[in-house]
Write a protein that binds this ligand. Structure first.
Ligand code: NAG
Length: 472
């Protein structure tokens, strides 16, 4: 449905504040907010708490979402958004779809709290998934087949359609039970996380829409845990994509001489590999977690003079290049790493140059690590543990996510953002062949989110300390 009222009015009504929109192009789809009102009245008239729902229905809704092919590079965002909007009206929840970038909807569902002045709780997930090599899978990657052991096979079953649907199902169940949140809950579904999130979380983070949501805490994705403890993440490593290049005098393939480009490059590769080993050894020895060390992995190696049949074999090339995916934890010192790159990995004295093709900030604008506090300065961490405990679960010690998630856009704004995907006793299969999730574990995760949402939305603590901090 296309809005007939001015956009600003529509958005401010949704967000609960007056608002001036500064975004250039936003397309708003109203999920029938107007029509919801009589329906809500009707539902509250029959407000006796309803019994829990048949689990097979819950699983079939999850399967329906998994069957929508949202794999990069051509995700079917339209179908995913339509599905989510339909779910929203069945619960019912207010809903809107914002296209900060054409064809890339950010769908936002709202469950208003009884005290809308308190900062809200944002349950965040991304709708896209990584591509599949179907021939390596035992079941169709978008079939959501359930095997005899109860495992649901699909791309996105762990990363992270499970979490998005669990957010929805937890809210659906809490509403059915008659629970009333004090804080407002937003469930957000974003595009493009798997390709960097710039057109999804990135645009949302810089929008007035997010300001008006007055978010107090964000829950986004974590990782499966192979043991019985859930994992929760307070920071993540920043990708630095490093290319080093060596030049040297070209020469006959038969001549022995010093400082040829491949030799210069290999001296660097040896140095980089010693560093890599020192980092990896700490992980192997159990002294550090994977997310706490600087990882370095080679992405490409490039040299040689092409010929019609391959490469010229009797010529030593004058240039040689290598590319590395370097991941820098927020607790590392980015200045000393950059000095190490300049002085040891690509020294000018060896005729080497380097370029950081991507360099995501490790520190914020105040030079502080971009992390969410896990101590008493951040009530949301203890409340998460409390919520999980009340659902008979346990969380391991706070971790740094080894790769990137959309959390970084929210942490950069100063918002507490926690990575949490409730999958215990589950092999880590994100981006892997045969990605799957156990049915019972999925259903248990819904219970865990119900408990967290109850704990979070009932918390009325000192709101002056946790208001929206815009540090940009
Ligand atoms: C660097 O390049 C210069 C000029 O081509 C050359 O004279 C020198 O030997 C090179 N040094 C190394 C270490 O490759």
């Amino acid at each position: 449905m296309v809005p007939t009222r001015p956009l600003s009015e529509v958005v401010s009504e949704f967000c609960g504040h007056a608002l001036l929109l500064r975004m250039v192009r936003i397309h708003v789809v109203i999920g029938g907010v107007g029509r919801l009102v009589p329906l809500l009245v009707l539902l509250s008239a029959l407000s006796s708490p309803l019994a829990a729902e048949d689990p097979s229905l819950i699983i079939s809704r999850f399967q329906e979402y998994l069957r929508i092919n949202t794999a990069q590079p051509k995700p079917n965002y339209r179908q995913a958004a339509d599905f989510i909007l339909a779910q929203a009206s069945s619960i019912p929840l207010e809903s809107k779809s914002f296209e900060f970038v054409d064809g890339k909807p950010v769908v936002i569902l709202k469950w208003p709290g009884t005290n809308p002045r308190l900062p809200s709780v944002m349950l965040y997930s991304h709708t896209d998934v990584v591509p599949v090599e179907q021939s390596k899978w035992d079941h169709p990657a978008f079939g959501a087949h359930v095997d005899q052991e109860g495992r649901i096979f699909a791309r996105g079953s762990q990363d992270m359609k499970c979490v998005g649907m669990q957010h929805l199902e937890a809210v659906r169940q809490l509403k059915r039970s008659g629970f009333e949140p004090v804080r407002t809950v937003y469930i957000v579904f974003s595009p493009d996380e798997e390709i960097g999130g710039h057109d999804g979380a990135g645009k949302l983070a810089e929008s007035e829409v997010l300001r008006e949501m007055n978010v107090g805490v964000v829950l986004d994705e974590g990782l499966a845990s192979p043991n019985e403890k859930y994992r929760a993440f307070y920071g993540e490593r920043s990708p630095w994509w490093l290319v080093i290049k060596a030049t040297g005098a070209p020469g006959h393939g038969a001549k022995l001489y010093d400082n040829a480009a491949p030799e210069n490059l290999f001296k660097s590769i040896e140095t980089i590999w010693r560093f890599r080993t020192s980092q990896f050894d700490m992980v192997k020895a159990g002294l550090k977690a994977e997310g706490e060390v600087i990882s370095v992995n080679m992405a490409f190696l490039k040299a040689g003079t092409p010929s019609p049949t391959g490469f010229v074999m009797n010529l030593q090339p004058s240039e040689a290049e290598a590319g590395f995916d370097v991941r820098v934890p927020p607790i590392a010192d980015p200045v000393s790493l950059e000095r190490r790159i300049a002085e040891e990995w690509a020294p000018i004295s060896r005729n080497m140059t380097f370029e950081l093709k991507q360099k995501i900030a490790v520190h914020d604008h105040h030079g502080k690590p971009i992390i969410t506090a896990t101590d008493s300065s951040n009530p949301w961490w203890a409340l998460l543990e409390e919520g999980v405990r009340k659902a008979n679960g346990l969380i391991g010690k706070p971790e740094i996510f080894p790769a990137s998630t959309d959390c970084r856009y929210f942490r950069l704004l100063g918002l507490p953002a926690i990575g949490f995907s409730p999958m215990a006793n589950t092999p880590i299969l994100l981006h892997d062949h045969n990605e799957h999730l156990d049915k019972a574990e999925y259903l248990k995760g819904i219970k865990v989110f119900e408990s967290i949402i109850k704990t979070y939305t009932s918390f009325v603590g000192d709101s002056s300390k946790e208001s929206f901090r815009d540090e940009l």
